[in-house]
Design a protein around this ligand. Structure first.
Ligand code: DQA
Length: 254
């Protein structure tokens, strides 16, 4: 029944009309329900459950149940993410094996459409989860986030290539620009890599400097942009209605 995140790979030089993804960050079922119910009328293509904000992160059955509910009630593809503290997530008490077990459970129960796995995870765990996800036709995003700086274009290209080689369905990079030039580095890498990659690429520069990448990233080949709903999960996220308006203007005039 699962059909993944439904993101498109860029074909040659074409303009990408990015999808909009809104993070859900409630700490319990009620808070999450409040969040997704507010989004029902809005133009939101996907939802991301940032489960590192959830207070019962050790309760695997409850998490599977809530993810199933979000999918069923919102009728939108659901991306499941346990972001690590090192890459901008909340401090939670799970070790890497327990995170793998949590991912295995949501995958096995077909409770989500996609999972975000950080490239920093052990390679054997990445391979294992990709295999599980593939059996269920669930997409795997392999991701890299840098909340302090923007590494060189070369390093960013290496991260994207690593995701492709490991077998990701989607590659994602998020960086913190210290200057406008850093934003251009991110966009340049996006433009270069998205032309030739066999899978979709998601990229963004965070913070105030990076805002333009969240609005215009599609022109450079980014397949998805994260916009804030009830809460924002990263610096520089713009409310979903504003993002939708800008994307509509760009699409109408392309
Ligand atoms: O990876 C990302 C991108 C993000 O960090 C952003 O900058 O919008 C927001 C996160 O929730 C998501 O998991």
């Amino acid at each position: 029944m699962n059909k993944g995140l439904q993101l498109r790979t860029r074909k040659g030089d074409e303009t990408v009309h990015p999808k909009i993804c809104v993070p859900l960050m409630g700490k319990n079922r009620e808070a999450l329900q409040d969040e997704w119910k507010q989004l029902k009328e809005k133009t939101v293509d996907l939802l991301e459950w940032r489960v590192d904000y959830f207070e019962n992160i050790r309760d695997v059955d409850l998490i599977v149940d809530i993810a199933t509910e979000i999918q069923r009630e919102t009728k939108r593809p659901l991306l499941f993410t346990k972001r690590s503290e090192e890459e901008g997530g909340q401090a939670v008490s799970l070790n890497e094996n327990e995170v793998v077990q949590l991912y295995e459970a949501v995958i096995a129960n077909d409770a989500v459409h996609g999972v975000d796995i950080e490239l920093r995870q052990q390679e054997k765990n990445i391979h294992h989860l990709i295999e599980q996800a593939r059996n269920q036709k669930i997409d795997v995003i392999l991701s890299y986030h840098n909340f302090t700086e923007t590494p060189s274009a070369l390093l960013l290209e290496e991260k994207i290539s690593e995701a492709v080689v490991l077998g990701a369905d989607v590659a994602k990079i998020a960086v913190m620009p210290q200057s406008k030039m850093d934003v251009l580095t991110l966009l340049q890498v996006t433009e270069k890599m998205s032309h030739t990659m066999p899978i979709p690429l998601i990229s963004m520069a965070m913070g105030r400097n990076g805002m333009i990448s969240r609005l215009a990233g599609g022109l450079f080949g980014s397949a998805l942009t994260f916009a804030s709903g009830a809460q924002s999960s990263a610096p520089g996220q713009i409310p979903t209605a504003d993002v939708e308006q800008v994307l509509r203007i760009l699409k109408r005039n392309m």
